[in-house]
Write a protein of this length. Structure first.
Length: 477
């Protein structure tokens, strides 16, 4: 991706000890008229600047459009991306042709009424690096009712492959990418589950390949299952379902991801069960944690005011280096729409705290640093109000003891392999670097008179913190 040179001078007003809390702004509407039923969202660096952008899909009007970020929490709506998708239900911003630019990966469920699930398709759009997208490129239209979408390296290559669920055909398939955006024939992960709707992947058994968590949505006998990738050590991608299900007898799993919720290095599962309405006695939904204790999974149900949980994400929103839980609501009308649970560490979470109660059916949202101030903000789609909204994380510092810092320099920025430090009045600092998902990718005590080796970091945009306090963005080339 083409890059603009960042300023080298970074001014620090930092703290040795900080007591802080997270406060959220009132709703700021980015777009009050997105098109009918905005249902999917993604964020990333779409154009050639260093400010995060937002991608939104409206499923009823079949609209895909991106919003250019200005780096201050404001956005400019761009021209809609021309497409032939029917009911846009999934979007990813991912580099599919290995040219350094984030392309659009999109899936359309197909028809909702007559011929349910027909005209479904999985496609991608190439980004020229400046946010101009090429023509729709078909990956497959051979399956009905495609919905659940994952992008990552599934086989032994280094490029981004794709997995997708077909709810109508009861298929879960994946496609190998040759690195240019050309995909091979579909390979099966499973064709037995009834109405698979969710797929996400991580390496749950630490053997070096990506395993899958798959959940169904038939709203009667839904399950959550783990499928283990046999790439290592066999050398071939095949998947084996665990003999014991993670969960059975649920009423519609909307979201399920692998997360280490208690910090014990075992990947647990965070999942939501939606309220399925009158056809299942108006049973309320749930937010579940399935803990992997090393010998099986145990279920914990969170207490929440949200009767129809939609998406749960595991992100650090209070700057304590521990991921918290954010939950959105699929409920129409009044009620809490976005809430969060503070992670106190070791599997202990605080009670629900409300972020917003002014939207209607805030099914999906993206968590990212949209205003370049070092903390995680939220952009959300209000499905029933046809609007895209933004909530600034107004992280408050309550007690600051000043370090003996003057104006300092960290350079070069952008950087390829090394960083230099100048102007510090102390000889040793703690350097922490986080990727745009909030994951800490580097943490070490560093002598300010020496160069810092960052050659192992992947190309992209990062946040660099000094002594636990926000410093600035860092662009790795």
């Amino acid at each position: 991706m083409k890059k603009k040179l960042l300023a080298l001078l970074i001014i620090f007003c930092t703290a040795a000890t900080v007591t802080s809390q997270t406060v959220w702004s009132a709703k700021n509407t980015i777009d009050p008229s997105t098109g009918d039923n905005p249902y999917t969202i993604a964020s990333g660096l779409i154009d050639s600047d260093t400010h995060l952008d937002i991608l939104m899909g409206a499923d009823t009007d079949n609209i895909i459009v991106w919003y250019k970020g200005n780096g201050d929490g404001t956005f400019v709506k761009q021209t809609a991306v021309t497409n032939t998708i029917v009911n846009v239900v999934g979007l990813k911003l991912i580099d599919l042709n290995t040219d350094g630019d984030l392309d659009i990966l999109a899936v359309g469920f197909g028809n909702y009424a007559a011929n349910y699930g027909q005209n479904s398709k999985l496609v991608w759009f190439e980004n020229d690096g400046n946010g101009t997208f090429g023509a729709e490129q078909l990956i497959t239209d051979a399956y009905d009712g495609m919905s659940g979408l994952f992008a990552g390296t599934i086989d032994a290559g280094a490029t981004i492959d794709i997995a997708v669920t077909s709810l109508v055909d009861s298929e879960v398939i994946w496609f190998s990418n040759d690195g240019s955006g050309t995909f091979g024939a579909a390979s099966s992960i499973d064709n037995v589950l009834n109405s698979p709707a969710v797929i996400n992947m991580k390496d749950i058994d630490s053997d070096g390949d990506l395993d899958a968590v798959i959940a169904t949505a038939n709203y009667a006998t839904d399950v959550i299952e783990i499928f283990r990738n046999n790439l290592v050590p066999s050398g071939t991608v095949t998947f084996t379902k665990d003999a014991t299900s993670i969960a059975t007898g649920k009423k519609g799993i909307f979201n399920a991801t692998f997360e280490d919720l208690d910090g014990d290095s075992n990947l647990d599962i965070l999942a939501t069960e939606v309220s399925c309405g009158s056809f299942c006695s108006n049973t309320p939904g749930n937010l579940f944690w399935y803990e992997d204790n090393g010998s099986g999974f145990t279920e914990t149900t969170f207490t929440t005011t949200i009767a129809n949980p939609a998406v749960a994400q595991f992100k650090d929103v209070d700057e304590d280096d521990i991921n918290d839980i954010i939950l959105s609501s699929g409920t129409s009308g009044s009620g809490n729409d976005l809430v969060w649970f503070k992670n106190n560490g070791s599997g202990s979470f605080g009670s629900e705290m409300v972020i917003d109660a002014t939207q209607s059916q805030a099914f999906v949202y993206s968590v990212n640093d949209f205003d370049d101030d070092g903390d995680m903000d939220i952009a959300s789609c209000a499905y029933n109000q046809d609007s895209l909204n933004y909530f600034e994380n107004q992280f408050e510092t309550l007690d600051i003891d000043e370090l003996d810092f003057n104006a300092v320099k960290i350079f070069p920025n952008p950087a390829k392999n090394i960083l230099n430090f100048e102007g510090f009045s102390v000889s040793t600092i703690e350097v922490s670097i986080f990727d745009m998902q909030g994951k800490k990718v580097l943490n070490q005590l560093h002598n300010t008179n020496e160069m810092l080796d960052i050659s192992e970091l992947a190309i992209g945009l990062y946040t660099i913190n000094i002594n636990g306090t926000f410093a600035s963005k860092l662009l790795k080339e």
